[in-house]
Design a protein around this ligand. Structure first.
Ligand SMILES: [Zn+2]
Length: 313
C-alpha cells in the first residue's frame, strides 16, 4: 500500500499547470511551439519543435534524473518538514546518506527559486542574527584558514569577520524575509541591497537602535521606530516577533550541528518555508513542498555542489 499513492497524479497535474500557466515553454530553449510526445513511466513527454529536444513536466526540477519514485520523494519531503537529519531521513526513505544530502539541497535550491526573497509591508520588524562562519565539508587543502574545533566559540568579542550575518524582516501578516546578508557587521548599504523594493513604501520599520538601520531608513524614507535596547515596547511598535523567530531559528539550527556557510542560505530558505507554511495540514504541506520543488527549472548537478560558494545577497 503506497502511503502517498493518491498524491502522485495530482502533483504531476499541479506541476504542469504551474509550469504552463503562461503558455507552454521549452525548458531547454524557451521556445513556445511544443507538442505532446507520448508517455514514459507514467509521465507525459513533450517535444520542442524548435530545438527538437524532448522533456517532461519534471525536467530541470529537483527530482530531474532521479531514478527513485515520486513516493520516495514525498516520504523525503515529510522527513524534511519534520526537520530530520540527513542520516535519519536516509534511513526512513531507504536511500544512502550521500543521496540524502543531495536531495535535501536540490529541493532547497528549487524552494528558494520558487518562493524568492519575498516582500513585507505595514508594521515591519527587522533585525539580524549571527552564525559562526563554517567551512564544514571543505577539503583541508582548500581551507581559507585553520579550522576550529566543532562548537568552539569565535574568539573575538562582539561581531567579528568570522561571523556571518542573516538579516530578517517580518510584518504583522506573517510575511517574512530571511537572507544571508554579509560577513561581519552589516552596513546600511548591505541592508539596501536586500530590502530596497521589498519593503512597502508606507511601512513603519521597527528595529533596535543599531545605527545601520537609521541611515537605511532615512535613505529609503521609511518611518522608523527605534526600540532602545533593554526596552521592549513602544505601544504597538516592538521587535518581539522577530526576537522570538530568531530564538526559534537558533534552536532549529542546533539539530544540524554546525552548517557550512555555503549552505546557510538554503537552511534559511528551509526555515522560512516552515514559518510560512508550517501550520498547514500535513498532507497539504507535503504536497506543496514537492510541487514547489518541481515547478522551478532549478536542477542542481552534483558537481555544482563541489564548487559552491556562500550565496550572500
Ligand atoms: Zn526547445
Amino acid at each position: 500500500m503506497l502511503l502517498f499513492g493518491s498524491h502522485v497524479g495530482t502533483i504531476s497535474q499541479e506541476v504542469m499547470e504551474f509550469r504552463f500557466s503562461k503558455g507552454k515553454v521549452c525548458p531547454h530553449c524557451a521556445a513556445e511551439s511544443i507538442s505532446r510526445n507520448g508517455k514514459y513511466n507514467g509521465k507525459q513527454r513533450y517535444l520542442c519543435k524548435a530545438c527538437k529536444r524532448s522533456f517532461s513536466d519534471f525536467t530541470n526540477s529537483a527530482i530531474y534524473k532521479s531514478r527513485s519514485s515520486l513516493e520516495k520523494w514525498l516520504k523525503y519531503a515529510k522527513c524534511m518538514i519534520a526537520g530530520y537529519t540527513i542520516r535519519k531521513s536516509a534511513e526512513i526513505v531507504g536511500i544512502n546518506i550521500a543521496t540524502s544530502f543531495f536531495w535535501r539541497h536540490k529541493i532547497l535550491n528549487c524552494l528558494k527559486s520558487f518562493n524568492g526573497i519575498g516582500h513585507v509591508d505595514g508594521v515591519v520588524e527587522a533585525d539580524e542574527v549571527f552564525f559562526a562562519e563554517s567551512f564544514k565539508g571543505t577539503k583541508p587543502s582548500k581551507m581559507p584558514r585553520k579550522s576550529r574545533h566543532r562548537g568552539a566559540q569565535v574568539k573575538l568579542r562582539g561581531i567579528s569577520h568570522e561571523q556571518v550575518c542573516v538579516a530578517t524582516a517580518i510584518d504583522r501578516q506573517g510575511n517574512l524575509i530571511m537572507e544571508l546578508l554579509c560577513k561581519g557587521r552589516m552596513t546600511s548599504n548591505d541592508l539596501k541591497k536586500l530590502y530596497d523594493g521589498r519593503i512597502g513604501k508606507s511601512s513603519i520599520l521597527c528595529t533596535d537602535s543599531h545605527k545601520s538601520y537609521n541611515k537605511f531608513a532615512r535613505d529609503l524614507s521609511l518611518d522608523h521606530k527605534r526600540i532602545p535596547s533593554g526596552k521592549h515596547k513602544e505601544g504597538v511598535y516592538h521587535i518581539q516577533h522577530i526576537n522570538s523567530i530568531h530564538s526559534k531559528l537558533k534552536r532549529w539550527m542546533r539539530v544540524f550541528n554546525g552548517v557550512s556557510t555555503k549552505y546557510l542560505s538554503s537552511y534559511m530558505c528551509w526555515f522560512k518555508w516552515m514559518e510560512l507554511f508550517g501550520s498547514d495540514k500535513d498532507t497539504i504541506k507535503i504536497r506543496n513542498f514537492i510541487v514547489q520543488s518541481c515547478v522551478p527549472h532549478a536542477y542542481t548537478k552534483v558537481s555544482d555542489f563541489k564548487t559552491r560558494v556562500p550565496a550572500f545577497i
